[in-house]
Design a protein around this ligand. Structure first.
Ligand SMILES: Nc1ncnc2c1ncn2[C@@H]1O[C@H](COP(=O)(O)OP(=O)(O)OP(=O)(O)O)[C@@H](O)[C@H]1O
Ligand SMILES: [Mg+2]
Length: 284
């Protein structure tokens, strides 16, 4: 793959879901790309098709219940034309940060066991000791205090924010080039949310990872995104840089989303911004 090939290149993606109430066209012809080091955000109201887009691209929709057309090239492999291609890239080129940290981990195994398994899956020859060493390092990278001690703890001994950090560490265990994060902070309270977003941005700066972020919060989107696609009823009604979308939304729908952001103020504070930078969108 040449360096110019986008990590994700989606063209005219359509997804029909076969439901009890008939066929729903959940995604109705969307096109977008995510390049190295970029954060591209899908934003929109509940039911607009954001998760279906992400799950379709990762081929995680139930077989036989979803009909996909168009193309979605992940690191150059079209996973719509060739569904098997995703097996070569999922968990390697691309990792998913799931929405709900409380249910994504098994309650009966330690954090270390689960993170260690993820590492050994990615690196079949890795010894338990080496997995532990690397896992503790990853927990440190996502700012889990006392990672050696925490390695032996169970999920219930972690707060929601800490668990979300563990899931980010697990996604990073695969050393992906592209992260898909579906509402990675929606289960968390506002302060913790800011911390997790800061962490993702810091990791991106360090590793140059590409990110497809899903949120319904324009306040979040405007801080972290290079580009924003506003989704409604399966289509993009507006696309542009974070700056453009927030400064001059052309669609009434986007204006309504913007008006629904309760307080843009706190996001302007230093606490939620990468040091020495205003918003990412504004920096470009
Ligand atoms: N399992 C399902 N069965 C039936 N319909 C579904 C299912 N999953 C999604 N849909 C429908 O597909 C459409 C898109 O849903 P999707 O979950 O992608 O929206 P979303 O933008 O992610 O919403 P949210 O912000 O609530 O997560 C909606 O009309 C929804 O009702
Ligand atoms: Mg969703």
């Amino acid at each position: 793959m040449s360096p110019e090939t986008p990590l994700l290149d989606v063209e005219d993606l359509q997804i029909e879901l076969i439901t009890a109430r008939g066929v729903v066209r959940a995604v109705d012809g969307v096109s977008f790309t995510v390049g190295r080091g970029e954060t591209v955000t899908l934003i929109g109201e509940s039911g607009s098709g954001k998760s279906t887009t992400a799950m379709g691209v990762l081929r995680l929709l139930p077989k036989g219940l979803a009909v996909l057309s168009g193309s979605a090239r992940v690191a150059g492999h079209d996973v719509i034309a060739d569904p098997d291609a995703i097996r070569d890239v999922r968990g390697r080129t691309v990792s998913l940060i799931p929405q709900d940290p409380m249910t994504a981990l098994s309650p009966v195994h330690t954090i270390g066991r689960q993170l260690g398994d993820a590492l050994r899956l990615r690196n079949p020859g890795m010894s338990r000791a080496a997995a532990r060493e690397r896992g503790v390092e990853l927990l440190g990278q996502v700012h889990i205090p006392q990672p050696e001690t925490r390695w032996k703890a169970y999920p219930h001994q972690f707060s929601g924010g800490m668990l979300q950090r563990v899931l980010i560490a697990a996604a990073l265990a695969a050393e992906p080039e592209l992260l898909v994060a579906d509402e990675p902070t929606s289960a968390l309270d506002a302060t913790v949310q800011a911390g997790v977003l800061d962490l993702l941005m810091e990791l991106q700066e360090r590793t140059g990872i590409g990110m497809l972020l899903i949120t319904h919060d324009l306040g979040v989107a405007r801080v972290v995104s290079d580009r924003i696609h506003v989704m409604k009823a399966g289509r993009f009604v507006e696309s542009g840089t974070a700056e453009d979308i927030v400064a001059a939304p052309t669609e009434p729908y986007t204006r309504a989303l913007l008006a629904a952001v309760p307080a843009l103020g706190p996001w302007d504070g230093e606490a939620t911004q990468p040091q020495g930078e205003s918003s990412k969108g504004a920096a470009r």
